[in-house]
Ligand binder design. Structure first.
Ligand code: OOG
Ligand code: MG
Length: 269
């Protein structure tokens, strides 16, 4: 199957059609069944082409590429979603929320919030063969992040090619105000608690993502290299949820409290 040449699968699906349907589901806040139920031949390489086609359409409507997110880099996330393979996806400026913003319930289906360690790159990082040490050397600063995920699949039920095609359930993200150079920090030991209305529901540390967040960054660079892509200076990299995500219903308040990277508060809207 080659989506770029527009060849159709026996089921009539193409990369273009899948990207269009997923973006339409996002705009209409209408969740759907798994793509892989309707398009069983959808493999991982084709799913990444759907993701790239959706990015092309986002850019064509005026959005700007601002970075990369990793998904399913922690055991907590892998166990919850029933998928043990990390993935990458794209972040655009339309997904960035200002500090203090509430969860944008009005444009989302069933948002969940998860704590992440975020890198902002000072240098270009291109795989293959990138080590965690090399990855960390390309980082300008590290900060806390709150990612708001919102799958276009009903009940967050998906197989790996589905969630790759769906840009890893991307919806929105907020960055913490504390920005530190990575040098003086023990990021594997960096602890976080997730509170909903003041009650601690999850705890984690940086070691929960791939043993160290810099390993996740290296993984992003190396897997993008497989598609001839790199992470550019100034880009933001969300290294993946350190804990399982929490629902953020209207009226609730989610607080992510990091040991050294500060806190992020998100109102459910
Ligand atoms: C997939 C997105 C995963 C993460 O940080 O692991 C993700 C999902 O859980 O819907 O963003
Ligand atoms: Mg995430």
């Amino acid at each position: 199957y080659d989506g770029r040449r527009g060849r159709r699968s026996v089921t009539g699906w193409t990369v273009e059609r899948a990207a269009e349907e997923l973006l339409r589901a996002e705009e209409a806040r209408a969740d759907r069944g798994r793509l892989t139920d309707e398009w069983p031949e959808l493999d991982l390489a084709t799913a990444y082409r759907v993701q790239d086609e959706a990015l092309r359409r986002r850019l064509a409507r005026g959005e700007r590429l601002v970075g990369v997110k990793l998904g399913l880099t922690s055991r907590a996330k892998q166990r919850r979603m029933g998928i043990d393979s990390p993935l990458t996806a794209w972040l655009t400026d339309a997904m960035a929320l200002p500090a203090g913003a509430a969860v944008p319930q009005g444009r989302l289906i069933h948002p969940r919030v998860e704590p992440e360690i975020v890198f902002v790159l000072g240098e270009r990082l291109a795989g293959p063969g990138v080590s965690a040490a090399r990855a960390l050397a390309a980082v300008e600063h590290v900060c806390a992040g709150a990612e708001v995920i919102d799958s276009r699949f009903r009940d967050f039920s998906f197989a790996l090619p589905d969630v790759v095609a769906d840009n890893a359930s991307s919806a929105a993200f907020v960055l913490g105000a504390t920005r530190l150079p990575p040098g003086g920090l023990d990021l594997a030991a960096e602890a976080v608690t997730v509170e909903v209305d003041g009650a601690v529901v999850h705890t984690g540390t940086g070691a929960d993502v791939q043993g160290h967040p810099a390993e996740a960054l290296a993984l992003a660079a190396n897997s993008l290299a497989g598609r001839g892509l790199a992470i550019e200076p100034g880009q933001v990299v969300l290294t993946g949820g350190l804990t399982d995500a929490v629902f953020a219903p209207p009226g609730a308040r989610v607080t992510l409290r990091f040991a050294n990277l500060g806190s992020i508060e998100l109102d459910g809207g």
